[in-house]
Ligand binder design. Structure first.
Ligand SMILES: [Zn+2]
Ligand SMILES: [Zn+2]
Length: 95
Protein backbone atom coordinates (compact mmCIF):
# COMPACT_ATOMS: atom_id res chain seq x y z
CA UNK A 1 0.00 0.00 0.00
CA UNK A 2 2.73 2.44 0.92
CA UNK A 3 4.19 2.41 -2.59
CA UNK A 4 0.97 3.42 -4.35
CA UNK A 5 2.32 6.92 -4.94
CA UNK A 6 5.34 5.52 -6.73
CA UNK A 7 3.22 3.18 -8.82
CA UNK A 8 0.88 5.96 -9.84
CA UNK A 9 3.74 8.30 -10.65
CA UNK A 10 5.12 5.63 -12.95
CA UNK A 11 1.80 5.36 -14.68
CA UNK A 12 1.44 9.07 -15.25
CA UNK A 13 5.02 10.28 -15.43
CA UNK A 14 6.12 13.59 -13.98
CA UNK A 15 3.19 15.83 -13.29
CA UNK A 16 2.46 18.09 -10.36
CA UNK A 17 1.94 16.41 -7.02
CA UNK A 18 -1.21 16.51 -4.92
CA UNK A 19 -1.00 15.85 -1.19
CA UNK A 20 -3.56 13.45 0.25
CA UNK A 21 -4.38 12.10 3.67
CA UNK A 22 -3.99 8.37 4.09
CA UNK A 23 -7.75 7.76 3.99
CA UNK A 24 -8.03 9.37 0.56
CA UNK A 25 -4.94 7.47 -0.55
CA UNK A 26 -6.80 4.27 0.37
CA UNK A 27 -9.79 5.59 -1.58
CA UNK A 28 -7.73 5.62 -4.76
CA UNK A 29 -7.44 1.85 -4.33
CA UNK A 30 -10.84 0.81 -2.99
CA UNK A 31 -12.74 3.68 -4.69
CA UNK A 32 -15.04 4.24 -1.74
CA UNK A 33 -16.07 7.88 -1.30
CA UNK A 34 -14.78 9.52 1.88
CA UNK A 35 -15.40 13.15 0.99
CA UNK A 36 -12.59 15.22 -0.53
CA UNK A 37 -11.83 18.57 1.12
CA UNK A 38 -9.25 20.32 -0.97
CA UNK A 39 -7.26 23.52 -0.93
CA UNK A 40 -5.00 24.85 -3.64
CA UNK A 41 -2.03 27.03 -2.77
CA UNK A 42 -0.58 29.91 -4.77
CA UNK A 43 1.53 27.44 -6.77
CA UNK A 44 -1.54 25.40 -7.77
CA UNK A 45 -0.41 22.58 -5.49
CA UNK A 46 -3.40 20.66 -4.13
CA UNK A 47 -3.74 19.39 -0.60
CA UNK A 48 -6.77 17.28 0.25
CA UNK A 49 -8.13 15.41 3.22
CA UNK A 50 -11.21 13.31 3.93
CA UNK A 51 -14.27 14.19 5.99
CA UNK A 52 -12.81 12.21 8.88
CA UNK A 53 -9.72 14.41 8.92
CA UNK A 54 -11.88 17.49 8.49
CA UNK A 55 -13.79 16.65 11.68
CA UNK A 56 -10.42 16.25 13.40
CA UNK A 57 -9.41 19.80 12.63
CA UNK A 58 -9.91 22.44 15.33
CA UNK A 59 -13.06 24.50 14.96
CA UNK A 60 -11.11 27.77 14.92
CA UNK A 61 -9.72 27.56 11.41
CA UNK A 62 -7.85 24.86 9.58
CA UNK A 63 -4.63 24.97 11.54
CA UNK A 64 -2.93 21.62 11.47
CA UNK A 65 -1.24 20.28 14.54
CA UNK A 66 0.63 17.14 15.51
CA UNK A 67 -2.56 15.25 16.22
CA UNK A 68 -4.18 15.96 12.87
CA UNK A 69 -0.88 15.28 11.09
CA UNK A 70 -0.59 11.90 12.77
CA UNK A 71 -4.14 10.98 11.73
CA UNK A 72 -3.91 12.28 8.19
CA UNK A 73 -0.42 10.94 7.31
CA UNK A 74 -0.30 13.24 4.28
CA UNK A 75 1.42 11.68 1.26
CA UNK A 76 1.98 12.94 -2.28
CA UNK A 77 0.36 11.42 -5.35
CA UNK A 78 0.43 12.80 -8.85
CA UNK A 79 -2.19 15.24 -10.01
CA UNK A 80 -3.73 12.81 -12.49
CA UNK A 81 -4.38 10.36 -9.67
CA UNK A 82 -6.09 13.10 -7.71
CA UNK A 83 -8.38 13.76 -10.67
CA UNK A 84 -9.63 10.16 -10.35
CA UNK A 85 -11.66 11.29 -7.31
CA UNK A 86 -14.00 13.14 -9.63
CA UNK A 87 -15.24 9.74 -10.81
CA UNK A 88 -16.36 8.38 -7.46
CA UNK A 89 -16.13 10.96 -4.68
CA UNK A 90 -17.42 14.43 -3.79
CA UNK A 91 -14.92 17.28 -4.09
CA UNK A 92 -15.39 20.31 -1.84
CA UNK A 93 -13.37 23.47 -1.56
CA UNK A 94 -12.06 23.48 1.99
CA UNK A 95 -11.44 27.21 2.24
ZN1 LIG B 1 -8.31 11.64 6.05
ZN1 LIG C 1 -0.89 9.35 -11.28
Amino acid sequence: MSDIGVVQRNRHGQVQAAYLCQQLLAGLTDRRPRGVNRVMDENDAISAWCDGCESCLPANGNERNDRTEAYAQIKPVCRNCFDDFEGFDTLKEAN
